[in-house]
Design a protein around this ligand. Structure first.
Ligand code: NAD
Ligand code: GLY
Length: 356
């Protein structure tokens, strides 16, 4: 097992990474106050891992939700809160989020508001959750008018990332998680991007050593950014590489048709093309980005949507944010930067260059 730390003063916390960790009592014990624990999970994850986590944490209640993004709703929050109240969990209790990013975001948000905030521990069981959503304290539910529109920053007390849980993950979900791993190398760390080029086949084959390293490296990079810019007033926005395009792809195709990681993959190709058009990134590096994503089994072109439609969706996003869209562009592989001086014609050309 390897342990990292997210340095946030009195709210600092460990990230434990390794195989077969979810049943380790000693990882939960430091976070159990006198009030016991309640586990929030879903119907897919519960049959796989609930018993092990229950035994190790001594949790006295479990709240098992339906599978899918729709759980990130007010109804989902109500169900969690109902369960916590039924279990008489007090402010000295602990919420354990066991599952992918949906459960982590929902349970984290419920923990942020239940009795004005109770501690929680993330036990992520998807690659996306282990490398991204379980670290950094962003918690949220969706509104019919937009994803993650209701939320809170609420840091977990610990993250327990057990790579053995990834054995049962559907292939497509694993590949979607790899998109966020690649994003970390591409935006922040050229040697990690090189390592991914050499090890992508091992990752797709779920070799434990390779997965453990990719999770550790991603968490290290994300922990550093979160420590420097917890509430995304600057540097943390670099983690949104490919996301402006990706959100438009998700919205334009109807949420759920493309997995988030798939949309981010095509979005990173668009961001790379944009960076080349702006004269920052070499054309050969755009080729490296495409090759790596393709070898990970991810889309490297956009959906069959008119570029104008994607542009309109991006500008809707811009209106929602009440300002200019700031794009994350690449100055080189491993070096992302935030730019507001991007004109629409260049963005359109980048979408066309990425292809369909
Ligand atoms: P998810 O939670 O829906 O999990 C994907 C699927 O895998 C689900 O069907 C789930 O039940 C199943 N599953 C989970 N673990 C499994 C396992 N070990 N074996 C078999 N099946 C398993 O999706 P996700 O990709 O993990 O997370 C997506 C969510 O994360 C979105 O709501 C997104 O908004 C959010 N997110 C949040 C942040 C953040 O910083 N908070 C960052 C990125 C994404
Ligand atoms: N997933 C981007 C962030 O946590 O900031």
């Amino acid at each position: 097992m390897e342990s990292l730390r997210v340095e946030l003063g009195s709210r600092s916390y460990p990230i434990h990474i390794g195989a077969s960790l979810i049943g380790s009592r000693e990882l939960y014990a430091p976070h159990l106050g006198g009030g016991g624990a309640a586990i929030v999970t879903n119907v897919v994850v519960a049959p796989l891992f609930l018993e092990a986590v229950k035994r190790a944490s001594g949790a006295r209640a479990e709240i098992v939700l339906e599978d899918g993004e729709q759980a990130k709703s007010w109804r989902g929050v109500e169900r969690v809160v109902d369960g916590l109240l039924a279990a008489r969990l007090g402010r000295d209790g602990l919420v354990i989020a066991l599952g992918g990013g949906v459960i982590g975001d929902l349970a984290g948000f419920a923990a942020a508001v239940y009795q004005r905030g109770v501690p929680f521990v993330q036990v992520p069981t998807t690659l996306l959750a282990q490398v991204d959503s379980s670290v950094g304290g962003k918690t949220a539910i969706n509104h019919p008018l937009g994803k993650n529109m209701i939320g809170a920053f609420h840091q977990p007390r610990a993250v327990i990332a057990d790579v053995a849980t990834l054995d049962t993950l559907p292939e497509r979900e694993l590949r979607a998680g790899l998109a966020e791993v690649i994003k970390h190398g591409l935006a922040l760390d050229a040697p990690f991007f090189d390592w991914l080029e050499s090890n992508i086949d091992a990752l797709v084959k779920r070799e434990r050593g390779a997965l453990g390293y990719a999770v550790k490296k991603s968490c290290e990079l994300k922990a550093r950014i979160v420590a420097a810019d917890e509430q995304e007033t600057g540097e943390r926005a670099l983690l949104n590489l490919g996301h402006t395009f990706g959100h438009a792809i998700e919205a334009g195709t109807g949420y759920g048709a493309w997995l988030h990681g798939e949309a981010v993959a095509a979005g990173m190709v668009m961001a790379a093309e944009l960076s080349a058009l702006m004269g920052h990134l070499k054309k050969t590096d755009v080729g490296r980005v495409r090759d790596l994503l393709r070898r990970a089994g991810l889309p490297i072109a956009g959906p069959a949507l008119a570029p104008e439609r994607l542009m309109a969706l991006m500008s809707l996003d811009k209106k929602a944010a009440q300002g200019r869209t700031r794009f994350v562009v690449l100055e080189a592989i491993g070096r992302a930067a935030l730019r507001a001086d991007v004109d629409d014609a260049q963005v359109r050309r980048a979408v066309v260059a990425a292809g369909q």
